[in-house]
Design a binder for this molecule. Structure first.
Ligand SMILES: [Zn+2]
Length: 310
């Protein structure tokens, strides 16, 4: 055998060994890492379309429902809003576009809760489809708006009908929002936006505790520049840090700023069955993996395009 073949073989053996080691370590810590071949080849544009849906879906009410314990869905067909109820009032996560606020209020009321009992409004990230409605939601409920520091510059530009964006309290990564006996921890997961925040809380279902993570988004919008972005030179690094942050959180129940991020449409008909359909740790890891793959595909595309134009 020539030295070349032996070197080639030993490299293959080393690679095989490393990949086995990674699998064993991952199984040992209870994580599932998706191998490339398990993932459909979805590009950022595919995931963006999946998240946003049609124009009509942005505004159409999705049947309000209890997800688990004290968490309820009050959003539209493609924009997720969550009501977290406590004895001391409620927390609204995501006010969506301002035009969606009446729909959210209607959903809250259909579930038998008062919109006026919302005490705190927080959001996934500083894009209009998730937090533009803060001013109106605050006006209707009297709630206080809590923003994460990195969301503030983006929120300042959000002025539907010229209304200034209300911010009553600013918190930072790792801080907790508390109301009654509820505690939500803010995890900065930037990349999609600088203030992109995933919210973590614990719920109980049939006597067992589950970790819920409301994923901000690790999506790459179709127009995002990943390669050589002078305005956001650290954008790729931020995405990568966020995948790691989210994986470390290892949620049992994934939720997200768009319901397709946790396959609401598939899970909704299964509500009421013996196992809560929203318990889906694999789905949580899939959402991170599919977005990571799409980010890497787009990054490579942009890198090659830049090389060619040189
Ligand atoms: Zn966004």
């Amino acid at each position: 055998m020539s030295g070349k073949i032996i070197r080639g073989m030993s490299r293959a053996i080393v690679q095989r060994f490393i990949s086995c080691l990674i699998s064993v370590l991952c199984i040992a810590c209870g994580l599932h890492v998706f191998a490339q071949e398990e993932l459909p080849r979805l590009m950022p544009d595919d995931l963006f379309r999946r998240n946003i849906g049609t124009e009509g879906q942005l505004d159409a009410q999705f049947p309000p429902h209890q997800i688990v314990d004290n968490i309820y869905y009050v959003g539209t067909q493609s924009l997720a809003s969550f009501l977290i109820t406590t004895d001391a009032g409620h927390i609204l996560v995501n006010s969506d576009f301002e035009r969606n606020v009446p729909t959210i209020r209607n959903s809250v009321e259909q579930l038998g809760f008062d919109f006026e009992n919302i005490e705190i409004i927080i959001g996934s990230h500083e894009h209009g489809d998730h937090m533009e409605g803060d001013a109106l939601a605050k006006e209707l409920s009297g709630a206080k708006v809590i923003a994460v520091a990195e969301q503030v510059p983006g929120l300042a530009h959000m002025r539907p009908d010229g209304k200034p964006h209300p911010i009553d309290e600013v918190i930072i990564d790792g801080d907790q929002v508390r109301l009654g006996d509820e505690v939500l921890t803010a995890h900065l997961t930037p990349g999609h936006s600088d203030g992109c925040t995933s919210w973590e809380l614990t719920v109980t279902d049939k006597g067992q505790d589950y970790k819920v993570v409301i994923i901000c988004s690790v999506g790459v919008n179709p127009y995002y520049q990943l390669w050589n972005n002078p305005e956001r030179p650290d954008i790729v690094n931020k995405y990568q840090t966020s995948y790691a942050t989210l994986r470390a959180l290892a949620a049992d129940i994934p939720l997200g700023s768009h319901p397709s991020m946790y396959k609401l449409e598939e899970k909704y008909p299964l509500i009421g069955q013996s196992v809560n359909p929203f318990i889906d740790p694999e789905g949580y890891l899939y959402e991170i993996a599919i977005n990571e793959q799409a980010m890497n595909l787009r990054l490579e595309e942009q890198r090659l395009a830049a090389l060619q134009s040189e």
